[in-house]
Design a protein around this ligand. Structure first.
Ligand SMILES: [Mg+2]
Length: 264
């Protein structure tokens, strides 16, 4: 495997070769285009890539933002049509479930926006509970199956709790229940030096306990990369440059899919 190269150390001719080595730019959003506020020159860079004839798309694990919020973030960064070219786990999950003609209820251990995306696509979603019973003996209620539930979704739930894990495990006991996982991030930065535990940690608990493997529809899942390529109309992964700020999610996705990767 080739050693990583610092783009800033490239000679002009090496840089030209690098620019010619891809037709598609897939960029992460949080930490690359903005970090709260737009990052300096991120929009300028994206528009420059388009002028050079590159097809630019955005691939984020963040299903939490609403469409309006994403649109205002792209606008603030000076990026045209950002949302139309954005792939996030919630969109990939809806497409996946549509592709298999899924017609049962979905149990969501996810952010409210992922629930909204799935509901808007026509499915009934079950969520919660918000809190657990005081007495552990009452946890028996979370072990009751609901045969109408045919899929369990994990994606960026910052209110995840033990009852939700039990309910997910209960449904996943049936082998025909589909298990989907969006954002796999185990930690999310809140501010420099402060991390918050993220859904990936809890998804891993359910993976281990259920002995089930989820369909990965977030970074670094290869299926998610293929889905993003399909949306972008890209067929050759080696002509895609993936730009991100997370080694596991972004570079990991690039490696799984055969993209070129640029870590910010
Ligand atoms: Mg990021």
């Amino acid at each position: 495997m080739a050693e990583p190269v610092n783009v800033l150390d490239m000679t002009p001719s090496d840089f030209k070769t690098f620019l010619d080595s891809f037709d598609y730019v897939f960029s992460d959003c949080d930490g690359v285009l903005w970090s709260g506020a737009p990052l300096p020159k991120s929009g300028e860079f994206i528009e420059k890539m388009k002028k050079l004839g590159k097809s630019v798309h955005f691939v984020s694990n963040n299903s939490i933002r609403t469409r309006e919020n994403y649109e205002s973030k792209f606008k603030a960064a000076g990026i045209e049509n950002g949302f139309d070219n954005l792939t996030v786990p919630s969109i990939a999950m809806a497409e996946y479930l549509k592709s298999i003609n899924f017609d049962k209820k979905i149990y969501c251990v996810s952010c409210p926006e992922t629930v909204r995306v799935l509901e808007r696509a026509g499915w009934d979603c079950v969520v919660g509970p918000e809190t657990g019973a005081d007495n552990y003996a009452d946890y028996i209620q979370y072990l009751r199956d609901d045969l109408d539930v045919g899929a369990v979704v994990f994606d960026s739930d910052y209110k995840v709790n033990l009852p939700r894990l039990y309910k997910a495990l209960t449904y996943l006991k049936r082998p025909d229940v589909i298990f989907l996982s969006g954002a796999t991030d185990k930690y999310v930065p809140l501010q420099p030096g402060s991390l918050i535990l993220a859904t990936g940690i809890f998804t891993d608990i359910v993976v281990a306990e259920s002995k089930r493997k989820p369909v990965l529809l977030g970074k670094p899942g290869q299926g998610f990369a293929e889905f993003a390529m399909k949306r972008a109309g890209a067929t050759n992964p080696s002509r895609v440059l993936f730009i991100g700020d997370m080694i596991d999610q972004d570079v990991g996705l690039g490696k799984a899919a055969g993209f070129k990767t640029l870590c910010y």
